[in-house]
Design a protein around this ligand. Sequence first.
Ligand SMILES: [Zn+2]
Length: 361
Amino acid sequence: MCQTEKLGFQLAKAFGCVLCFKSKAQVIKTPARRIWQRGKRSMKYYLGIDLGGTNIAVGVLDENYQFVAKHSVPTLRQREASEIVRDMADAAKTALGMADLKQEEIEWVGIGAPSTINPIKKNIIFANNLRWKDYDLISAFREHFDAPVFLANDADCAALGEALAGEAKAYDSSVLITLGTGIGGGVILNKKIYSGGNGFGCEPGHTTIKYDGEMCSCGRRGCLEAYASVTALIRDTIRAMAGDPGSVMHALCEHDMRKVNGRTAFDAARQGDATARQVVDNYINYLAVGIANFSIFFRPQAFIIGGGISNEGDYLLEPLRRRVKELDLYSEKIVPQPAILKASLGNDAGIIGAAFIGGAL
Ligand SMILES: [Zn+2]
């Protein structure tokens, strides 16, 4: 929470103000407004925690998916798991205090964790970022916090958040694809997380789109992540620059290859650089192959594209839509094509989704 938001809460408490204070895309309601709403109708509240490698982000939301309070603290992930869990519980209590709610007044706590979840034991099998293995996070959290607790993968939570309150809210079925350092994502069917028959979840980034292709972080070759992640885009940008000393891309990164990032090729392509345009076209083609595969198999109504590269907006999405349509065997002659939209909730998607996993697992 920024200083302005803190001040907003303090003013609201002091003067009973019924104004709303905006935070990013969400409206945070002041205690006075919420009490007024309580009198009007009985509102249900939910607490979501997005446990990231950098921050523990907590939100209290009402049943309309609106933030009532938001709070975040650093994860400091090198620490013992027990210390991190204690901070998660403290952050949750702080957020509840900001929302003027007690633990027994919320329906449940949902935690989104960057890990593979064991659906039978309901614990963490492995969290690479946190170096947790076979960890019973729910029991550990409940030592500090008295409420029902649910646990899900963080990418699934983000997919659910977009499906409930973001760009996919008009659709019953959607797939989130997050184009970041790796490729994350989740599948939502009928507004519930689809985790497969054994419950271990979907990994869209590690489906093969090119046999014996580029090496992927998972140890296999040819995965979508090895072609459409930021990491892959940077690799392909550097290769293309090495083959074209006259490319605008050299000037954009001040003739220092270490400064190449996920925007370099897109920025140069916008300036008319042919080599950069080729890098972008190749990138979009590979991403389109992955999305067309998911489309033909799952037939979702919408794909939501998140992560850093999604900020390229229509410059990415318009050719991507055309290419997916061309690749879909049946095209719209038989099957309606899915909407392909930019994610709208940013980091809040993970908090919102986490808060509502109790009804969506
Ligand atoms: Zn892979």
